[in-house]
Design a protein around this ligand. Structure first.
Ligand code: ADP
Ligand code: F6P
Length: 322
């Protein structure tokens, strides 16, 4: 019977991580399980920054951006010897279950802790990037998407006034989802994503066509994974005569209160993670697929990542950009 579990947040923070921490802690406490918070992800696990949580620790955080547990990156966690020290810090407290909230990098760490040390790990996908297979949506993605949509609307106003072309760089690491779906929902004039070969010539043609139709502005959403947006600006400037400006949205995309969608997603996945631990399971991730909460081995997250991109949606974005 699982008596003690721990929870940590790892990698880039995302809106809704706190909501997930709350769901994990409250669900476990309701079942009579002691809950420990680990500060600063795997770094805190290694450095023994582990504290017992109380209901008060998670009170009032469902709507708070960031993560009360703090987050960090620890590249050394790829070293089995480092993981062994970190695992011992859990074992000496009698903690045998661990919920890891993060992206696929964090899931790798959780996978090894399970395989090498038998710690029952459950991964909850928390990242704005939406780059985890085994879930249709990662926690934070919807909030970040809405922040980008707000930015597109604001940029559109000034773009029209000055009849400009804007290149709007958004986050997502190697995943184009934030760019693609903000382009669709924001009515953008084009989108560049890392999953397809991008052509500056094609974007130039779109701009020329739009201007010939009397349209006064263009907003091209550029996923950061495509490459240097300043270089793209230079190349594009050789092919069109509109004034081109670059906006890099940056970490604004990671802050603020989570949307209702992200809060509900975080809650459902947090509850499921604890249920799996109570059933004695580990080495798994939870996700939401076709409106159902699902589970897969942690490795599913990265091994099946290539199946995620919708090329049909990419075609739709381009069709509507004219
Ligand atoms: P995310 O979890 O959002 O993908 P990162 O890729 O930065 O973010 O990973 C977060 C942390 O997970 C890393 O700093 C490291 O501690 C751990 N991690 C990443 N990749 C591995 C790996 N291959 N093996 C073990 N731990 C890893
Ligand atoms: O993984 C989330 C993310 O925001 C990516 O979209 C981005 O590439 C990266 O983290 C930025 O990392 P940092 O917070 O270290 O600048």
């Amino acid at each position: 019977m699982m008596r003690r579990i721990a929870v940590l947040t790892s990698g880039g923070d995302s809106q809704g991580m706190n909501t997930a921490v709350r769901a994990v802690a409250k669900t476990a406490m309701t079942k009579g399980i002691d809950v420990f918070g680990i500060k600063r992800g795997y770094k805190g696990m290694l450095e023994d920054q582990i504290f017992e949580m109380s209901p008060l620790s998670v009170s009032g955080i469902a709507d708070q951006g960031g993560t009360i547990l703090l987050s960090a990156r620890l590249p050394e966690f790829k070293d089995p010897a480092v993981r062994a020290v970190a695992a011992d810090n859990l074992k000496k407290r009698g903690i045998d279950g661990l919920v890891v909230i993060g992206g696929d990098g964090s899931f790798h760490g959780a996978h090894y802790l399970y395989e090498e040390h038998g710690i029952k790990t459950i991964g909850i996908p928390g990242t704005i990037d939406n780059d985890v297979a085994g879930t249709d949506y990662t926690i934070g993605y919807d909030t970040a998407l809405n922040i980008i949509l707000d930015a597109i609307s604001r940029i559109k106003d000034t773009a029209i006034s000055h009849e400009r072309t804007y290149l709007l760089e958004v986050m997502g690491r190697n995943c184009g989802d934030l760019a693609l779906y903000s382009a669709i929902a924001g009515g953008a004039s084009g989108v560049l994503i890392p999953e397809v070969e991008n052509s500056i010539d094609d974007i130039a043609e779109v701009i020329k066509y739009r201007r010939s139709e009397g349209k006064l502005y263009d907003i091209i959403v550029v996923a950061e994974g495509v490459g240097n947006v300043m270089e793209i600006q230079k190349e594009l400037a050789k092919k069109v005569d509109t004034s081109i400006r670059v906006t890099i949205l940056g970490h604004v995309q990671r802050g603020g209160a989570p949307t209702a969608f992200d809060r509900i997603l975080a809650t459902r996945l947090g509850v499921k993670a604890v249920e799996l631990l109570v059933e004695g399971k580990g080495g798994l991730m939870v996700g939401l697929q076709s409106e159902k909460v699902t589970t897969h081995p942690l490795s599913y997250a990265w091994e099946n990542y290539h199946t995620k991109t919708s090329f049909n949606d990419y075609a739709i974005a381009n069709m509507l950009s004219l």
